[in-house]
Design a protein around this ligand. Structure first.
Ligand code: 4AD
Ligand code: MG
Length: 481
């Protein structure tokens, strides 16, 4: 349908041509004393529908008009009567397929359904205008991501989903186990250790079988960063883009238990290079949507957020503000002095709450803000310690509507310093030994960041809830389908 209607002329130049079209009925009605059915057909290729006219002689019209019915027809394209909005319609010559719907039972009747209601029908909600527009925008942003990084000379690296490393050191990991019994697991591990010695030993010298398949506790990754660092420290400019998992008890509209992250990592780079890369990447995505997804963006603007297209334009064209954490706290303290009320106390050392992030991006600057040089206490062990010994070379990109879109840093490349930091933070050294090897052998300054892909879609579309921008959202209480 896109190839017919999404042309500059709206498809009118195709009048007279034959076409085969399949899609799902958005709205259907019988007309002219049941001599015809008029169907608004959508196949998800674009936001627009194609009007299809079916004569009664071609089939049971009562069966094809209900919303949700799948219809495939052969027909010819013709100009609609003057005064109609559409530029082209299809007159059916033959009905090739009908996938019927019982309107009494179909869960998504023709009426305005809330996004909240649709979350109980994630397997069908892709039929709706909104969710299909989000799917196309999501796809476009993924394509933009690969285009941007490949144009900039980055190599796409597939990092693992299952890992024993806790990248953020926050213990928010889902454990991976098998359905094998303990005895079966042990037998397998025993078998493997005969073939390949070196299964890790516990302090008491006994083999640490753990209970499962991997011979030690394995988890779903919270971030591909540590692994992608090992590729950056060999291939220089790399990125990973994949699902990541967090077992945080997050009942917010900004958190998922399973979300996708884009994580570039650059060797021979410092914090400033990292910020430049993040800014260029976000700008590129905004411009990409304006250039490639305008019809879907117009739909979102119309239905949810009038400002979303202007926001993309603004972000694509104006420099981001950059302030240190200390300056950000001063700005917030100034606001408090002037009567602004925050629920969370503002003082040096706090982790910025989302109300603070929104104040900076929506009230104070009204554009994206990069906050850098955070107190070391509130950031991860791998971030490079600054000369003041109080802050680390971290940066967060904050955007209006969403708050934190990106978290990144220059990495600590000094072996002694990072080893001390790991210990200081109360983390065990052993699981990070391989990571320390990157500093033991041929260490180099490097930096990277992670962009929450769903947060980017929220920012672009103006939707309010992150559960609506991933096809099958996972959050506390929900992992089915
Ligand atoms: O700030 P975070 O935790 O940073 C990291 O994971 C680093 N290892 C990234 C790196 O430097 N390579 O997460 C990065 C981003 C956040 O800024 C946020 O946009 C998103 O990931 N994010 C989430 N998105 C949805 N649901 C959650 N539970 C999220 N947690 C983080
Ligand atoms: Mg963060």
């Amino acid at each position: 349908i896109r190839s017919i209607v999404s042309r500059p002329d709206g498809g009118s130049a195709l009048a007279g041509r034959k076409a085969r079209v399949g899609g799902w009925v958005k709205t259907g009605r019988k007309a002219d004393k049941d001599a015809f059915a008029f169907l608004e057909l959508n196949d998800g290729s674009c936001a627009a529908n194609l009007q299809v006219i079916v004569e009664a002689s071609l089939g049971d019209l009562g069966q094809i008009v209900p919303t949700g019915t799948c219809v495939v027809v052969d027909g010819h394209l013709k100009l609609p009567p003057a005064g109609t909005k559409q530029k082209i319609e299809l007159r059916a010559d033959e009905v090739l397929h009908v996938g019927p719907v019982d309107p009494a039972k179909y869960p998504l009747p023709k009426m305005r359904l809330t996004l909240e209601f649709l979350r109980d029908f994630v397997h069908l909600r892709s039929r709706t205008n909104t969710i299909s527009a989000v799917a196309r925008i999501r796809n476009a942003l993924a394509y933009a991501t690969h285009t941007f990084f490949n144009r900039e000379g980055f190599l796409y690296v597939h990092t693992p989903i299952i890992t024993t490393s806790d990248c953020e050191g926050a213990g928010e990991m889902f454990q991976v186990t098998t359905l094998l019994s303990e005895a079966e697991s042990l037998a397998k591990v025993e078998e493997r250790s005969k073939l390949k010695p070196g299964i890790p030993k516990k302090d008491d010298g006994k083999v640490d079988y753990g209970k499962d398949f991997f011979a030690r506790q394995a988890f779903l990754t919270v971030s591909g960063q540590l692994q992608v660092e090992s590729y950056a420290c060999a291939l220089t400019s790399v990125y990973t883009f994949g699902p990541t998992f967090r077992a945080e008890n997050s009942h917010t509209s900004r958190h998922l238990a399973e979300f996708w992250m884009v994580e570039p990592e650059i060797a021979f780079a410092e914090l400033k290079d990292d910020m430049n890369c993040a800014e260029a990447y976000v700008k590129f995505m905004c411009q990409w949507l304006l250039d490639n997804c305008l019809d879907d963006m117009e739909f979102m603007a119309d239905k949810f957020d009038k400002g979303c297209i202007n926001r993309l334009k603004l972000v694509a064209s104006t420099p981001f503000i950059r302030v240190t954490y200390t300056e950000a706290v001063e700005i917030l303290e100034e606001a408090v002095k002037n009567g602004k009320k925050f629920e969370n106390e503002v003082k040096w050392g706090i982790d910025l709450a989302s109300e603070h992030e929104r104040y900076l991006t929506e009230v104070k600057f009204q554009k994206p803000v990069i906050v850098y040089n955070y107190p070391k206490e509130i950031k991860a062990f791998y971030m490079r310690l600054n000369d003041d010994l109080k802050t680390v070379a971290a940066m967060d990109v904050l955007v209006p509507k969403v708050g934190e879109l990106i978290g990144g840093s220059q990495r600590e490349e000094r072996y002694d310093v990072i080893q001390t930091r790991i210990k200081e933070m109360g983390l065990p050294l052993e699981p990070y030994e391989w990571y320390l090897d990157l500093r033991r052998y041929g260490t180099v300054k490097h930096a990277g960041f992670g962009l929450g892909f769903e947060r980017m879609i929220l920012f672009a579309t103006g939707l309010e809830n992150i559960r609506d921008v991933i096809p099958f959202p996972r959050y506390p209480g929900r992992a089915d389908l």
